[in-house]
Design a protein around this ligand. Structure first.
Ligand SMILES: Nc1ncnc2c1ncn2[C@@H]1O[C@H](COP(=O)(O)OP(=O)(O)OP(=O)(O)O)[C@@H](O)[C@H]1O
Length: 489
């Protein structure tokens, strides 16, 4: 407060008479980062949220901003439809123009926004529209923000992972994926396979929805009350706010896969992966195949074990850790692995010292989720938090077919978890021992993580690649807040 009782941040940094829209009007830049001016009515731009950048044009300054489509400008609402709009002001002198430019530059620089981005565009993701989304809905915002960009169109599977693994990190302030979740997962895996993984994984990653599964960006924007659109997503990147994200390590022996979204076994994995054969149907393939699977419901033998979060200790039966041997020999092996390779090896939490619980099958579905949304219209884990260090476990054992259909139709708002057939809890660590189908022991299942088949047993689906892991016991640990994402505030 000053002597007049006004908070310091409301004092004008700069106040001037400028030409705007052919009239001489007062323009004020306040200490709390607002540009106030009067055109046909009084107007206010919040620089942090609305101003993308500015440029000097002769004796004028062009301020490039986003405003609500509804009424052109004024009170800024976060969930409204936003459009780009620029405002041209002409100060009375060259000195005044220089001062305006300096003050705006200093303020925008103080916001810590990214300036240099590496952008992956997957032309084959989703409806194959990522290139169009980038040029029409993303690039204009980046140009307004005067962002320096390096564009890479992914040419094949794992291309983004290869780049993330070898890129010169010092050249960028962030990585952006114009794609579905698949490219994000590749980038995270690439960064964690680097020798300098602990610094690399701090590189902020932004997501622009352009795939079939856009669960991560939907989770981020929905949490802020914003629509899942390319323009809201790129504004998130430009504004540069960051948040941390849990990373799960799925391991089987020395093989590891780093997951940021989910792991599924049983019904959800079967629908997700086997429906690929109906890809020509577009997104309807999922619903179409889900109905088929519900009517010919599969039950899988197997066992899950987990370390429950506080409050969920009553689920299952107590058991001791029965994962990878912690004998001296295996500790020596792990130590030599650590010295030979320097990539991330997963959380170093001591699993054998934790309180494990276990549940035996048969199971219809086992689903582990890291963030609330599995896709733009699947709220898989409504209570999931980005960086609480836990995964949500959604388990389905026996369930009547009609009840299953009904709960599956309530997946778009997360209310399905209230079904008495669903067991929903939070876990710190998890172990899956997948078995064969109850009705036909010669047939086994699929383990899907983040849209990748990481293991498959004896199943009809063959895919075009050998899975990373075998259809055997695997374990999952969570490293709290390991990765960094661009996020709406
Ligand atoms: N040029 C390419 N040709 C074929 N596949 C590619 C290409 N570039 C990337 N990919 C692969 O496409 C997969 C899916 O990518 P993306 O994340 O954009 O979409 P998605 O929504 O997850 O999946 P999809 O649309 O395929 O269901 C990734 O695993 C990636 O390796």
């Amino acid at each position: 407060m000053d002597q007049s009782g006004q908070p310091d941040n409301l004092h004008p940094i700069l106040s001037d008479q400028v030409l705007y829209d052919g009239a001489s009007v007062p323009l004020t830049f306040t200490g709390d980062g607002k540009l106030l001016f009067t055109g046909q009515r009084r107007r206010c731009l919040t620089v942090e949220k609305q101003v993308l950048g500015f440029s000097l044009e002769g004796s004028s300054i062009r301020v490039k901003a986003v405003v609500e489509k509804r009424d052109g400008i004024c009170c800024f609402g976060s969930s409204g439809d936003l459009i780009r709009q620029s405002f041209v002001f002409e100060p009375q002198s060259q000195d005044s123009l220089t001062l305006w430019s300096q003050k705006l530059r200093d303020y925008i620089d103080s916001l810590g926004r990214p300036k240099r981005l590496l952008i992956f565009v997957n032309p084959f993701g989703g409806k194959k529209s990522a290139t169009k989304i980038f040029s029409e809905d993303v690039k204009p915002y980046l140009e307004d923000a005067d962002m320096h960009i390096t564009l890479i169109e992914t040419k094949h599977q794992l291309h983004a992972k290869e780049v993330a693994k070898t890129m010169d990190l010092s050249k960028y302030d962030g990585i952006v994926c114009v794609s579905g979740d698949g490219i994000l997962v590749e980038v995270v895996n690439g960064l964690l396979e680097r020798e300098d993984w602990s610094a690399a994984i701090k590189m902020p990653i932004g997501m622009i929805p352009a795939g079939t599964g856009n669960g991560m960006v939907k989770s981020l924007l929905h949490a802020a009350g914003e629509l899942c659109s390319a323009s809201n997503a790129i504004l998130t990147v430009i504004r540069g706010y960051k948040r941390s994200l849990d990373v799960a390590t799925i391991s089987q022996g020395k093989t590891r896969f780093f997951s940021v979204l989910m792991l599924a076994w049983g019904l959800i994995a079967d629908i997700d992966i086997e429906s690929e054969k109906y890809r020509w149907m577009g997104s309807a393939r999922i619903d179409f195949y889900a109905v088929q699977r519900v009517f010919c419901l599969r039950h899988y033998n197997g066992r899950i074990s987990f370390v429950p979060a506080p409050g969920f200790e009553d689920c299952g039966e107590p058991t001791s850790y029965h994962g990878e041997s912690t004998s001296e020999e295996s500790q020596t092996q792990e130590l030599s692995l650590k010295t030979e390779h320097h990539e991330y090896l997963g959380s170093d939490v001591k699993l054998e010292n934790m309180c494990w619980r276990t549940i035996s099958g048969p199971f219809v579905s086992i689903w582990l989720h890291n963030v609330p949304w599995g896709g733009e219209d699947i709220m898989a884990a409504p209570n999931a938090k980005f960086s609480d260090g836990y995964l949500e476990l959604i388990m389905l054992k026996d369930v009547p077919k009609l009840a299953l259909l009904s709960l599956m139709s309530n997946m778009n708002d997360g209310s399905y978890i209230k079904s008495p057939h669903i067991t929903y809890l939070k876990v710190k660590a998890f172990m899956l021992e997948p078995g064969a189908r109850v009705d036909d022991p010669t047939k086994e299942g699929i383990i899907d993580s983040d849209g990748e088949v990481i293991a498959r047993g004896n199943v009809t689906y063959t895919g075009d690649q050998k899975p990373l892991m075998s259809y055997n016991k695997l374990q999952i640990t969570v490293d709290q807040g390991l990765a960094t994402l661009f996020t709406p505030k």
